[in-house]
Design a protein around this ligand. Sequence first.
Ligand code: ZN
Length: 94
Amino acid sequence: MFVLPDRCSVSKEGKQCVNPPEFIISVTVESDEYMVGVTCGRHKQIVLGKIKHMQDDGKVPSGQIRFSPIKAIGTDCIHGDSDEFIQLDDHKTK
Ligand SMILES: [Zn+2]
């Protein structure tokens, strides 16, 4: 089981970001979803760029990158938060 780190996984110039993670980053390949890390809201774009780079290098499977808000997990709001998913997950296969 994926254990959530308590920090954003971005580090810059050797310094780990101290912000609490706000999003789980996952890559969806066909029907499999791979957790690749967590990020705070400020570093989303940086992480997105890093993951795309890792996909180019073959370190992360190529697929749809998705950010799932951590705050929604474990609450009743998990199904009521669809706006964020629509905004981030604009591929529709159906
Ligand atoms: Zn951060």
